[in-house]
Design a protein around this ligand. Structure first.
Ligand code: D61
Ligand code: MG
Length: 416
């Protein structure tokens, strides 16, 4: 369904979508003039639309550090993700990457499209990195070293147990959480959060990605990417790729529900991490991806479409999340809403139904006990008129423009 169709179905997505478009346009105008910073910020917009917008609203000093942190790790991940590079060639690069970021002459060609450009012109990222404050450099180098070593370990090791799964997600996303907490603290804007909570922030996002991207990863050329732990999928099928075949649909959805239920373990830590943040820009930067994740999990739960294509939240809903997320009340509200969206999808014959229900009710209880679940616009339950005043005004203006244009066009044809 195109954007226009989606807007007709969800008219109050229109205004947030327009604001998002303007924010993106505004952000692009903010690209710094110096060549290497210009390259870094334009590349950031290309390789991560979702994070680029939330990074853009951080204060200058912290924004530059987080931008470089992102590009350094995205480059490291491009080496890891390129399944055409042989393991014995890839491992040493992953292990030494934390040293290469200090050497503007170093580059390694791999990856595709914008990721390939990032690798080939990596000297711009190194030059910008060398301009950062020492405490930012140390935090970025430390996390890059630990992530590179962790990625190298799993190049030749399968994700077998749930403990392996948590360990792998720690290396590629938990460590990002630990690094960000260090950068926030180094900027003097936040206390240093406990590693366990920072780690959970990363695991919740990464596990959501791994669940949503099952089909894309299993169909990866030349070699499948497999992150679902054998300890879970082997309860349903003999091979991980069997989940994508029509005849295994019932087992596939049960396995999917098992994976979603596992990811919900981290919600309590994430809510605790976010409720401790003091700086509004840092709060929004951390909260928006988390709300996108719980929304995506609610969408994926009990949904066979995960094995038919990539299930994504519609852009209008993403725009509303970005537009509306300002305080912890908005976070509790969103987690409550999406829990209410997931709950009715739990079928009593599902093998994990009881566990899923317990985790969802724990989340709803946490949100209720926050005492801030007040009368506010819900992300799912419609309790106000379909067309609010702003939307009517915009539609009216649009109609006038279309009418004027059509009458001018008809006028011109009559004069011909
Ligand atoms: C607060 C705010 C943002 C947070 C956070 C806490 C904690 C963790 C994260 C962001 C990271 C979440 C990662 C989820 C998306 N997964 C990936 O990007 C996978 O690659 C992981 C390795 C590279 C991590 C790069 C990264 C991502 C987000 C950042 C960041 C660095 C630095 C600062 C802020 C946000 C996934 O990659 C998919 C792809 O290749 O597109 C994979 O390969 O598994
Ligand atoms: Mg990767």
């Amino acid at each position: 369904m195109g954007t226009l169709g989606a807007i007709m179905k969800h008219p109050d997505d229109l205004y947030p979508l327009l604001k998002l478009k303007m924010a993106a346009r505004h952000a692009e105008k903010q690209i710094p003039p110096q060549p290497h910073w210009g390259f870094c910020y334009s590349m950031l917009h290309k390789v991560s639309r979702s994070f680029a917008l939330v990074i853009q609203q951080l204060g200058t000093e912290l924004r530059d550090a987080v931008c470089i942190f992102y590009l350094v790790l995205r480059a490291l991940d491009t080496v890891e993700d390129d399944t055409s590079i042989a393991a014995d060639f890839k491992v040493p690069i992953l292990m030494a990457f934390h040293r290469h970021i200090y050497d503007p002459d170093w580059h390694f060609s791999c990856g595709t499209k914008d990721y390939k450009v990032l690798m080939e012109q990596f000297h711009h990222v190194s030059n910008a990195f060398l301009e950062l404050g020492r405490n930012y450099q140390e935090a970025i180098e430390d996390i890059t070293m630990r992530m590179g070593a962790g990625m190298a370990k799993f190049i030749c090791k399968e994700v077998e147990t749930v403990a392996d799964y948590d360990e792998y997600c720690h290396y590629v996303a938990g460590l990002v959480g630990l690094g960000l907490s260090k950068l926030f603290h180094a900027s003097g804007k936040e206390d240093l959060a406990p590693d366990s909570l920072s780690n959970s922030m990363g695991l919740f996002l990464q596990k959501t990605n791994i669940i949503r991207d099952y089909l894309e990863d299993i169909n990866e050329i030349p070699k499948s990417r497999m992150f679902w732990p054998r300890e879970i999928w082997s309860k349903y099928v003999d091979k991980l790729e069997d989940l994508k075949y029509e005849e295994n649909s019932v087992k596939a959805v049960q396995c999917l529900n098992d994976m979603v239920t596992n990811a919900l373990i981290h919600v309590e830590d994430c809510l605790q991490y976010m409720s401790a943040l003091r700086n509004p820009a840092i709060f929004r930067f951390c909260a928006i991806p988390q709300i996108m994740a719980i929304g995506t999990l609610a969408l994926c739960y009990n949904n066979i479409e995960v094995f038919r294509g990539v299930v994504k939240m519609r852009r209008g809903l993403t725009a509303r999340v970005i537009d509306r997320t300002r305080t912890m009340a908005d976070v509790y509200g969103a987690f409550f809403d999406f829990s209410c969206m997931l709950k009715p999808k739990i079928e009593k014959h599902d093998p994990n139904a009881t566990k899923t229900l317990n985790r969802i009710e724990t989340i709803q209880k946490l949100c209720r006990e926050s005492g801030v679940l007040s009368k506010r616009k819900s992300y799912i339950i419609r309790n106000e008129p379909r067309y609010n005043s702003v939307t009517i005004a915009i539609l009216f203006v649009l109609l006038v423009i279309i009418f004027t244009y059509l009458s001018a066009y008809r006028q011109k044809n009559q004069n011909m």
